[in-house]
Design a protein. Structure first.
Length: 233
């Protein structure tokens, strides 16, 4: 029986989450060990750590894209650790928005079609969603780019489209895995400022993996991931 999260107000709670990968040489590779974490509504959290320390693995487990080996993950009061993958996908639609290092936009779709995709999948009222998407395009200063396909956008522009897509359904949590890793310092700073502003406006919590100390300083709860454990900075 999984332990319940202690704070009823948390949107995500991890209880003693561990992850081991099978290895041909040793028995298992421990990546995450007994991690517990609660994320409150609207909180901003950063995670730093060396390459291979398990940051993406942790984010994927929190986002229900990957399963932990032990421990429990709660979205609100629901334990998703043993929920079927398709059930997780449905629950995730309105709850979590993802932004990855490579924007992961669909190459055949225009910027606007990419941003509307989560709304189409969730079978939302498209007329209303188009209006909300237009607002996001304005906020992100990419209105003139909405009919372009990703190949005809710069890296910084693609990441702004990815931010709009992640926020389209006003998720309670945005998970961003090195979203500015491919951008120059200036474009990275613009993207992070916009992301923080929009998360504040939409009351979305933000879980950000970044190596940039300037961005870490802007977060309410900075953590380092080291030897499988999370340490507050
Ligand atoms: N499917 C897998 N099978 C075996 N080992 C894996 C698998 N996925 C990840 N790993 C290992 O788990 C560890 C953590 O990987 P992860 O991708 O979470 O690291 P990271 O901190 O995100 O690194 P980076 O900063 O390079 O993105 C690494 O040693 C990696 O090789
Ligand atoms: Mg990673």
């Amino acid at each position: 029986m999984p332990l319940k999260p202690s704070a009823a107000s948390s949107i995500v709670a991890l209880k003693n989450v561990s992850k081991y990968f099978p290895s041909p040489n040793t028995q298992t590779i421990p990546v995450l060990q007994n991690i517990s974490l609660e994320i409150a509504p609207g909180q901003t959290i950063s995670i730093t750590g060396e390459s291979g320390s398990g940051k993406s693995t942790l984010l994927n487990i929190i986002g229900g894209l990957e399963r932990s080996t032990a421990g429990s993950v709660f979205w609100k009061e629901k334990c998703i650790s043993e929920a079927p993958i398709d059930r997780c996908a449905t629950l995730r639609q309105n709850f979590i928005g993802f932004i990855f290092q490579a924007s992961n936009l669909i190459p055949e779709l225009t910027a606007l079609e990419n941003v509307l995709l989560p709304a189409r999948i969730a079978k939302k009222d498209l007329r209303k969603c188009k209006y909300l998407a237009e607002v996001l395009f304005q906020r992100l200063a990419i209105v003139s780019l909405k009919n372009r396909i990703p190949a005809n956008l710069s890296g910084g522009e693609r990441q702004r489209v990815a931010i709009a897509r992640a926020l389209m359904l006003r998720p309670e949590l945005v998970i961003a895995d090195e979203p500015t890793g491919n951008l120059d310092e200036n474009n990275a700073a613009i993207a992070i400022e916009l992301l923080l502003e929009l998360c504040r406006e939409y009351h979305s919590a933000l879980l950000l993996v970044t190596h940039n100390p300037r961005f870490v300083k802007k977060m309410q709860r900075p953590f380092a991931l080291q030897s499988g454990n999370l340490y507050p900075l």
